[in-house]
Design a protein around this ligand. Structure first.
Ligand code: SAM
Length: 278
């Protein structure tokens, strides 16, 4: 195993003061980082895509776990520290300078890959929506292990009949399994963010037959756009929705948050079948 200097020393030597604009909150506790790198399971010789490695704490843990890491970082200041890390693990770390939102991850990786990231929260949610909303299923990524604000993590894994349940839960759960893998106290970060964090782990599941991702997206946008209203009202602008509820025996007086993910999938299936018939 490579003998590496403490992360605090790397940060001081390269003058990597955390930038608020880039959402930088670094993790420096190597034991915690090893526990995070273990969440996806055995990474021995697996390809891993890390977004936002910063000074490379999580990157080290992934390399220690045996992964071959491709890391996308947009802060140039971090590149020399990452280059040093690459020297300690020859041929196992590829660093790409750039904005992860502007890069085609499948083309970059060229093989199935696990995603592991501690990202700024706004970038994390945008990428999460993209990874889970893709037309191609199963996706090229084999799992997503991502840090979020705890409140967002709870929305991703939420069950029906809870205030956290909404579009994110349906998006994450309709063709995959999402679990809250670890809570991370704000004091674990340097500097500490204002809120608590949690790591979500998602694995892709089977694609339900006859459902278009677009139909489901439109349905949940309408249903949760007016979550306090009855479905009869909130789905008024969705062609075929009233008939779909009727066919499935779902009371139009119910509200969106009482419907299971399977209910949404069933309605979207009816809508998808209806729109191809129209
Ligand atoms: N992974 C490191 C850790 O756990 O200590 C750093 C985490 S810090 C919360 C987020 C990192 O993502 C920063 O290094 C930041 O520069 C980088 N970043 C922010 N936006 C990005 C983007 N759009 N593409 C790539 N990297 C980004």
């Amino acid at each position: 195993m490579a003998d590496l200097p403490p992360l605090r020393e790397v940060i001081a030597r390269h003058d990597l003061r955390a930038s608020k604009a880039l959402g930088q909150n670094f993790l420096l506790d190597e034991q915690l980082l090893d526990r995070i790198a273990a969440i996806p399971g055995d990474l021995g010789d697996s390809a891993v895509l890390e977004i936002g490695p910063g000074p490379g704490g999580l990157t080290r843990a992934l390399l220690r776990a045996g992964a071959r890491v491709t890391a996308i970082e947009m802060d140039r200041r971090c590149l020399p520290a990452l280059a040093e890390l690459g020297e300690a693990y020859p041929g196992r770390l590829r660093v790409i300078e750039g904005d992860a939102l502007a890069i085609d991850h499948d083309a970059l990786m060229g093989e199935p890959y696990a995603v592991v990231a501690n990202l700024p929260y706004n970038v994390g949610t945008a990428l999460f929506t993209r990874w889970l909303g893709g037309q191609e299923w199963p996706p090229r990524w084999t799992s997503l292990t991502l840090m979020f604000q705890q409140e967002v993590a709870q929305r991703i894994v939420a069950a029906p009949d809870s205030s956290a349940y909404g579009r994110l839960a349906v998006l994450a759960q309709w063709r995959g399994q999402a679990k809250l893998a670890m809570k991370v106290h704000r004091s674990a970060f340097t500097p500490p963010p204002k809120v608590m964090s949690a790591i979500v782990h998602v694995e892709p599941g089977a694609m339900p037959e006859g459902v278009s991702a677009l139909a489901l997206e439109r349905l949940t946008a309408a249903a949760f756009g007016q979550r306090r209203k009855m479905l009869r009202q909130s789905l008024k602008g969705v062609p075929g929705a009233a008939e779909a509820l009727d066919t499935l025996g779902i009371e139009p007086t119910r509200r969106a948050e009482t419907l299971s993910v399977a209910d949404f999938v069933a309605i979207a299936r009816e809508l998808s079948a209806g729109s191809s018939a129209r």
